[in-house]
Design a protein around this ligand. Structure first.
Ligand code: ADP
Ligand code: MG
Length: 371
């Protein structure tokens, strides 16, 4: 894949400094389907040019928010502004957004080029400029060589790129992507994550990317909104959301749920409350006589589960003070750790081993109690 792809000029390029109004502003947005509250009061500002992800479990309202922004659904309450203009009740074609769906929705009887041109044909863009723009869009997704093929003659990843080109050709201010990589296998998905992110930087269009995959959201996004039951629990950069989860839900959904609370929190951390500790921050030590280091929190416990996962070891530890913690360690020790859990002499960490866990105080992240 070439590194350099042609840029796709916007119809009305606006300097970054002109971004007084966010590309998208949602205020008190609500949507009910009969008794189901799909979207339950969402407030959100998304600046122009951002790669913004909506992350949350299935049924948390992500797709509905996207469909409300696109105009495929009308809100029960609240407002939607695009570029400072209220569009809450406008039909889809009056909004400067385009959607890429998970199933691609390509026309099977049309060539790749015809698929990409389709939106412009509907808008009655004359043939010359239409073709030029379509070829431009195909170049930006590295598919110029496949313009005459039918969708059935493409791989899944290539079809996904046609769907992208078809949306980009309209040069929307905002591109809405609903789990666009969900149908691809893992390797291709990882490759497309990198490509999609690079493409977004090139074209400078605001991307609103829906996913239930935390890794995808963490690796691709400028900012993430974490959804739960029709509401946003937290908005922040990947670092903010991962290192400083604002709720127990976020701590559990973005990463492994690793909470200490109640008596265990008082005994181990010395304060009441609910604390999130990320598994990779914790060190396991088989020597219980070693005291905790300066600035470290420490707890003793028993290994209840040892999992060899190639690059990493995963431990589950039942704390003497109560509660369970998961620990994730890189397999820097190779054979020694690799044989843990089986027989042999030089494996300190087997199930039922007594261990000391330690981690730096700053990795005790206080999260508000469950609402
Ligand atoms: P997500 O994309 O996060 O999985 P959705 O926005 O699709 O969630 O759905 C949110 C909730 O709204 C779910 O409970 C879903 O069943 C419900 N819902 C979505 N669309 C409809 C619809 N057209 N009719 C009735 N209920 C719907
Ligand atoms: Mg969905």
């Amino acid at each position: 894949m070439p590194n350099q792809a042609p840029t796709l000029p916007r119809e009305d390029p606006t300097p970054a400094s002109a971004g007084a109004e966010p590309a998208i502003r949602l205020r008190g947005l609500r949507k009910e389907f009969g008794p189901v509250r799909a979207v339950d009061g969402v407030d959100l500002d998304i600046p122009a040019g951002e790669f913004f992800s909506m992350l949350g479990p299935s049924g948390s309202g992500k797709t509905t928010v996207l469909r409300l922004i696109a105009g495929f659904e009308l809100p029960t309450g609240g407002t939607i502004e695009l570029d400072g203009r209220e569009v809450s009740r406008l039909p889809p074609f009056d909004r400067d957004v385009n959607t890429v769906f998970q199933d691609y929705a390509l026309f099977p009887h049309m060539s790749v080029l015809q698929n990409v041109e389709y939106g412009l044909r509907v808008k009655r863009v004359p043939k010359g400029p239409r073709r030029e723009r379509a070829l431009d869009a195909l170049r930006s997704v590295h598919l110029s060589d496949h313009a005459e093929r039918k969708p059935s003659q493409l791989s899944g990843g290539q079809r996904q790129r046609v769907a992208l080109a078809r949306a980009l050709v309209n040069r929307p201010k905002v591109l809405l992507l609903d789990e666009p990589l969900g149908a691809l296998d893992l390797k291709l998905r990882l490759a497309m994550q990198t490509e999609l992110k690079a493409l977004q930087r090139e074209v400078g269009i605001t991307f609103i990317f829906v996913t239930h995959d935390q890794d995808e959201a963490l690796t691709m996004s400028d900012r993430i909104a974490v959804f739960n039951e029709g509401r946003i629990e937290q908005v922040g950069t990947p670092v903010e959301v991962y290192e400083h989860p604002a709720s127990a839900f976020v701590a559990g959904f973005v990463g492994t749920s690793n909470l200490i609370s109640g008596h265990a929190a008082e005994a181990v951390i010395g304060r009441p409350g609910v604390f999130s500790i990320r598994p990779e921050k914790i060190r396991v030590d088989g020597d219980l006589s070693q005291p905790a280091g300066d600035g470290e929190t420490s707890a003793t416990g028993t290994l209840t589960n040892v999992v060899y996962a190639g690059a990493t070891m995963r431990y589950e530890v039942s704390l003497d003070a109560g509660g369970q913690l998961a620990v994730l360690q890189q397999n820097t020790e190779g054979r020694r750790n690799a044989s843990a859990g089986t027989t042999g002499r030089d494996e300190p960490f087997r199930t039922d081993t007594r261990v000391r866990l330690s981690w730096r105080h700053e990795h005790n992240v206080r999260v508000p109690d469950q609402r």
